[in-house]
Design a protein around this ligand. Structure first.
Ligand code: TXA
Ligand code: MG
Length: 341
């Protein structure tokens, strides 16, 4: 039986301790972070970690991120970071940021999918912080969604996927950022973004003066890649998806008009809603309001399937700042079905 802990108004510390004990006992707990919900297990317990892969239906060559609550004991799990790595950690932890570092053997090989590195992240969310702290172990956690589905940003969206498959689900309300953390690996002294998120290339340049973005952000990766997650189908509704974008809002309207009809549903900006009065329309926020859009996008991708339409047409955003992360997710949701004008 899965026990739901409702911490949307306040944290109940006794219940939090129960959930932390479950982690220590090798059980699974779903918890909120500032990005998306995670499905967590003791990162030093390979059997517990195996169970995450089973319950998510996740490919075992796709490594998990290890979550910490503070920098204490970090040297038990990773080798000493380089100067640049340390500066990135000081600047962006806690926060929506994951740094790939050399792991020590206490982290079992299934966490890292047999790589010699591990992603380390310190969530900026009090529930996540307290859970990790009380469980007294690092927590391995991928996003809480069945593999291939949009990441969970509210408990009601993922309850059916994980009911009776985990010991606890901690409800902390809607997550703030809405897209997963920026994943960075320092390669030849240059921070390289493997997955874009709310920590942007500009943020990284401001700290260490340089930043690269992996070539695979907007295209389909195959074979050996820097980050195995790049290879897999992601964030996809069951409904067929088309992503369209233009910097010019009038051209964007035309593009959507050309590609939609009564059998279509649209996910798009507030400004154009009234232009599509006879087509179902889900608003994600104002045109290019990246924070609002990233907060809403996974919830809306999940909502699409409830409308039983043949196709969803999604308005993209400009590929800048947090918009890079939104487009990275949407291009994958649409299986690279993308028109730009
Ligand atoms: O915001 C987040 O990062 C959320 C919350 C729960 O913390 N977690 C999350 O985990 O998104 P997941 O497993 O859905 O995505 C982890 C990504 C995958 O694309 C994976 O391939 C990559 O990080 N990754 C993990 N470890 C890696 C490593 N050692 N080297 C390269 N990429 C790695
Ligand atoms: Mg995920």
């Amino acid at each position: 039986m899965t026990k739901i802990l409702d911490f949307t108004k306040e944290i109940n510390i006794e219940e939090m301790k129960e959930a932390a004990d479950a982690i220590r006992n090798g059980e699974l707990v779903i918890f909120p972070t500032e990005t998306v919900y995670g499905i967590g297990a003791d990162a030093t317990n390979s059997k517990a970690v195996d169970e995450i892969f089973v319950q998510k239906g996740r490919a075992n060559d796709n490594p998990l991120i290890v979550h910490i609550s503070d920098f204490d004991n970090l040297d038990n799990i990773i080798e000493k970071p380089s100067l640049i790595e340390q500066r990135l950690m000081d600047a962006f932890m806690p926060g929506p940021f994951t740094l790939i570092l050399k792991k020590k053997s206490i982290i079992p090989n299934n966490v890292s999918a047999n790589l010699d590195t591990v992603g380390i992240r310190m969530p900026d969310n009090i529930i996540a912080h307290d859970l990790i702290k009380l469980s007294k172990c690092p927590i391995a956690a991928p996003s809480a969604n069945l593999s291939g589905k949009p990441s969970g940003t509210r408990v009601c969206d993922i309850f059916n996927e994980f009911n009776n498959k985990v010991s606890y689900i901690i409800d902390g309300g809607e997550t703030k950022v809405g897209v997963e953390s920026t994943v960075v690996k320092v390669i030849d002294d240059i921070p390289t973004i493997l997955r874009p998120g709310a920590i942007t290339p500009e943020d990284i340049i401001n700290v260490v003066g340089t930043c690269k973005i992996s070539d695979n952000i907007f295209k389909k990766a195959t074979g050996v890649v820097e980050s195995p997650g790049m290879k897999y189908k992601h964030y996809a509704p069951n409904t067929e998806c088309l992503l369209v974008y233009s910097n010019d809002i009038n051209k964007l309207e035309d593009l959507v008009k050309e590609n939609s009809n009564k059998d279509t549903i649209i996910i798009g900006c507030n400004e154009l809603k009234n232009k599509f009065r006879d087509i179902e329309y889900l608003s994600y926020g104002n045109f290019n309001d990246y924070e609002e859009i990233s907060h809403n996008i996974f919830r809306l991708l999940r909502e699409v399937d409830k409308h039983n339409k043949k196709k969803v047409v999604i308005m993209g955003v400009k590929k800048e700042g947090l918009g890079i992360a939104i487009m990275n997710r949407l291009i994958r949701s649409a299986s690279y079905n993308y028109i730009e004008r």
